[in-house]
Ligand binder design. Structure first.
Ligand code: SF4
Length: 267
């Protein structure tokens, strides 16, 4: 992992994501190194051609920039984060996300945190002081071997489930982002996963796997290394009109209805 430091011109950026007004990305790159990651296009910012997951730059003036921008921009909901993970391992050292949270709290912004790292629990003391906050953990499978193959740098699945439980027990709104749903892997223990999630999240978002931003070679590499027999079926399921995701949509919808879990399906 190559760690660097950069200075940013702006940090409280407009977000095109539904329901979000802004996104704050305190880092460039991501040490979680998910092989399907859609944010790999960020390599164009100083890291062309470098393997995704092999570099992270800390935006060392992020907090200073945020203080200035939060004071003059209209209030709204801020996503942490959209093209990086705000709680990836380097955050332990820099604490940029924690300090950004404090600034957003002081100025009255709402916050939505989505991460694959239980480091987010460190900031419970700040998060619980927001009037409007929701914490989401991404979970793509109940099977940690899938996590090791596709999300090698992220927290274990159990650690993410435990984090959701802790936030929920503390009265903080929570959700699980089940995405991307990896064909024939993410749905293998789906009933069990939903049984676990039922008492610790207020809602689910379920998304399909999209081939974009040049992620196909890394996905193929992961399949070849870990699931060579599955590869042909996996790739066939990704076709835009595939029966796989149509069927999955129906199954997830029924499972969530049975467990009274509100769900947004993007399958
Ligand atoms: S955690 Fe998110 S931003 Fe980081 S590599 Fe994985 S998908 Fe990309």
């Amino acid at each position: 992992m190559r760690l660097g430091e950069v200075r940013c011109k702006s940090i409280l950026g407009h977000s095109g994501i539904s329901g979000m007004d802004y996104a704050v990305n305190p880092y460039l790159g991501c040490g979680h190194a998910c092989t399907y990651c859609y944010a790999r296009f960020m390599r164009r910012m100083g890291h062309p051609g470098e393997p995704w997951g092999s570099f992270v730059d800390a935006k060392v003036n992020a907090v200073e920039r945020l203080r200035e921008e939060a004071a003059r921009k209209p209030l709204g909901k801020v996503l942490l984060s959209s093209v990086t993970d705000a709680y990836q391992p380097i955050e332990k050292k820099y604490q940029l996300t924690r300090e950004c949270l404090v600034v957003l709290l002081d100025h009255g912004f709402s916050v939505d945190i989505l991460t694959k790292n239980d480091l987010v629990l460190r900031d419970l003391d700040v998060i619980e002081r927001f009037d409007d906050v929701e914490v989401g953990l991404t979970i793509t499978s109940l099977d940690d071997s899938v996590r090791r193959a596709f999300e090698p740098g992220a927290s274990t699945i159990q650690a993410r489930l435990d984090a959701l439980k802790r936030f929920s027990d503390e009265g903080i709104r929570t959700y699980a982002f089940l995405g991307p749903m990896l064909p024939y892997l993410s749905d293998e223990h789906l009933e069990d996963l939903l049984n676990v999630l039922a008492d610790r999240v207020g809602r689910l978002i379920v998304d399909r796997l999209n081939i974009k931003c040049g992620n196909l070679p890394d996905i193929r590499g992961t399949l070849a290394a870990h699931y060579p027999d599955l590869a042909p079926m996996f790739e066939a399921a990704l076709a835009s009109d595939s029966d796989y995701y149509k069927g999955l949509r129906i199954r997830v919808s029924e499972m969530c209805r049975d467990r009274l879990i509100p769900v947004d399906l993007i399958l």
